[in-house]
Structures are given as C-alpha cells and as structure tokens.
Design a binder for this molecule. Structure first.
Ligand SMILES: O=C(O)CCC(=O)C(=O)O
Length: 286
C-alpha cells in the first residue's frame, strides 16, 4: 500500500504511549450525532424494527445481536472503510492493517462478564501472549451509538490487563463472574455493577458516536444497561498483517455464527484497499 492513501489521525505521541500502556484508545466522537442516528436506524432495519423514534417501543428492552453483522450486511461496509477509523487504527498499531472480521451488531447487550476477546483468553497462556517473533497487534473496535444518560451505555476496562495480570486480579474476576452467573440465572443481572477492588478499572460512559479501540487481550465488560432508550453498538476488528491476526480471525471463523467466506464484493473492496488478510489455509469458495 502506498503512503499517499494514508490520512493522518488525531493521535499524539502521548495517546500512543497511553494506548500501549492501558490497552485502549477512545475516539470521542468518531461519528457525529446525525451519523450515530443513521447507524442506529441501520441496525433497526437489520432486526426489522421501524426507524426512530418508533423503534424503542418495539424493542421494549429486549436484546438483539447479529454475529458478524458488519461483514455480512453491505450497508455496514462503509464503517470498515471509514478513513478516520482506519487512520486511527494505523496510528495505534502500524500501517499494514488488515480487516480481521470478528464483527457484531448489538441492541441492548446486557451487562457482561469480565472477559477478553482474543483467542487465548487465559493470561500468558497460548500464542497470543508470545511476542518473541511477532508483535500482537489485533484490536477490537467498539462503536457506541447511545447516550449513557438514556441507556446507561458503557464499557468497563481493566487498564493494562493486556500486558499483565496479578493472581489477585484473576481471583477477583473469577469471583465476580461466578456471582454474575448466579444472579443472571435468577434474572437479576442488573443488580451487579462492575466493581473491581484489586486493580483500578476505567468506566467509559459512552456518548453517541464514541469509538473505543482496544487490544483484544484487554479484560473488559459491557456495563449494566437501563433507561428509556436502547443501547446500540457496532463491533469490528483489525490487526496488522501477521500470524496473530490470522490466528484471531481463524478462532472466530470456527464459530458457527461467523461467516467463513467473506462476501465476494467485500473481499474485492478489502483487496483494493490493502485491507484483505490473506490466509494460505483459507478455502475460498467461488
Ligand atoms: O456491551 C458491550 O459493549 C460489550 C460487549 C463485549 O464485551 C463483547 O462483545 O466482547
């Protein structure tokens, strides 16, 4: 790819250092209020809901998710090729980025367990944690489209957990997750906020159009939701052109809900834009 196509993102040297240290970067906002409304309505259309303002009553607090929805729904492809997003990801992890798929569309995903999104989720165990040959540079892009004040939309992260984990922190999230599982089975998930005692946590209270770019190994949880408006989010993923990115994509493609074959037109566009992750082990169907 030639440098002439690379536009510059508003990332300072300090932002980059903070991203390396904490494992996430907040773009506030990536999308304007109008663009966020457009994307909420695109998500409404995917789930056969009317456009705003009628959608909220039809959704009625229920959860709707479409795994790999960005990849499989052409209307969302502009998000993959958003110049500012691409420039920001390049500034954070390196110029040779590729689309690593692992996308989702969410309405009202409820408060979640503490977890990582990478393939080898136990700290220090497996190839994701071995950077002796190649750096791990795979990021999840979470685009939030709802106002914290109306939906309680938030993402809670444990800064630095992509690089280290104490035994006490591990014990603590295991306990919180057990407690959440217990309450969830009794329909009381919302009772439990995402506290953390043994290591600091950051609560990112989102506004429409905010985008969090985070190392897939970062420990995080979707915040508890409540309020009159639904919480909407779009997720996707990029990584630099190396084996870690291939492992990541392969891990998700193994799931029945992910699309093993990229749509032909998307594959062509990714290729034209230098974003196609070539994988020799992949079988491409005509
Ligand atoms: O609700 C959220 O935004 C968090 C979702 C999440 O943790 C995930 O998809 O891995």
């Amino acid at each position: 790819m030639t440098n002439s196509r690379i536009i510059h993102a508003a990332i300072s040297a300090k932002d980059k250092t903070t991203f390396e240290r904490d494992g996430y970067h907040l773009v506030r906002p990536l999308f304007s209020e109008e663009e966020a409304a457009h994307w909420r309505n695109q998500i409404n259309a995917v789930f056969d809901f009317p456009a705003e303002p009628d959608a909220a009553a039809k959704i009625a607090g229920a959860t709707h998710t479409l795994a790999d929805g960005v990849t499989t729904t052409e209307n969302f492809w502009p998000v993959i090729f958003n110049e500012r997003l691409l420039a920001t990801v390049r500034a954070l992890i390196g110029n040779e980025i590729r689309y690593t798929q692992h996308s989702d569309l969410h309405i009202n995903l409820p408060g979640g367990r503490w977890h990582r999104d990478n393939a080898n989720r136990d700290y220090g165990v497996g190839p994701d944690w071995d950077e002796t040959e190649q750096p791990y540079r795979v990021v999840r892009v979470a685009i939030y489209l709802s106002d914290h004040n109306e939906s309680n939309s938030s993402l809670v992260v444990l800064p630095g957990s992509h690089r280290r984990e104490t035994r006490r922190a591990r014990t603590e999230y295991v306990i919180w997750n057990k407690l959440r599982g217990f309450l969830r089975r009794r329909g009381r998930n919302n009772l439990l906020s995402h506290h953390f005692l043994t290591t600091p946590r950051h609560v990112l209270r989102t506004q429409p159009g905010d985008c969090v770019i985070f190392d897939q190994r970062l420990m995080h949880a979707g915040g508890v939701i409540h309020g009159p408006e639904p919480k909407y989010a779009i997720y996707l993923s990029f990584g630099i052109d190396n084996q870690h990115s291939r492992n990541h994509r392969a891990f998700f493609l193994d799931r029945p809900t992910y699309s093993p074959n990229l749509p032909v037109a998307l594959r062509a566009r990714l290729s034209e834009n230098g974003l196609l992750l070539e994988d020799a082990s992949e079988t491409i169907q005509p």
